[in-house]
Design a protein around this ligand. Structure first.
Ligand SMILES: [Zn+2]
Length: 140
């Protein structure tokens, strides 16, 4: 989990292990670049990989309104990279019952990208309006 960036790097050198989906996406890739990813909308650093999309309560995409009335469209991922959390873990107003949340920021530009939710397991909710999906996947 902590060595996600290493894992991604290793996978890049092992094409035979990858799925048909990944192989199919190769034709859109420029030589020498990493496979398409979900990136920070502000600084374009890699944030998540399409293969780490997950469903929480049966859905990958969720829409929530926070206590201040802001509407967020979020997509759930099992792992992210180049992100940092704040230290204030709380279950107050949690959108996912039983999960504590922390704010999730871009490690490069400090853009608020979403939240980390943790319980006995954990996942990451990325705000779709603050990320760009370069993978060709459909987030909406
Ligand atoms: Zn950023």
């Amino acid at each position: 989990m902590l060595n996600q960036s290493e894992v991604v790097f290793l996978r890049k050198t092992e094409p035979d292990r990858n799925s048909n989906t990944r192989l199919a996406s190769k034709k859109h890739r420029l030589p020498g670049t990493l496979p398409p990813a979900i990136v920070c909308q502000q600084c374009h650093i890699r944030i998540a990989d399409p293969e780490h999309r997950c469903s929480i309560h049966g859905m990958h995409l969720h829409t929530f309104t926070n206590s201040a009335g802001y509407v967020y469209h979020i997509a759930c991922f099992t792992e992210v990279v180049n992100c940092k959390t704040d230290n204030a873990k709380t279950e107050e107003y949690s959108w996912f019952e039983g999960y504590a949340w922390q704010l999730l920021f871009c490690d490069v530009c400090d853009n608020h990208l979403g939240w980390r939710f943790s319980s006995s397991d954990e996942f990451y909710a990325l705000i779709t309006q603050r990320t760009l999906d370069l993978s060709g996947g459909n987030l909406h």
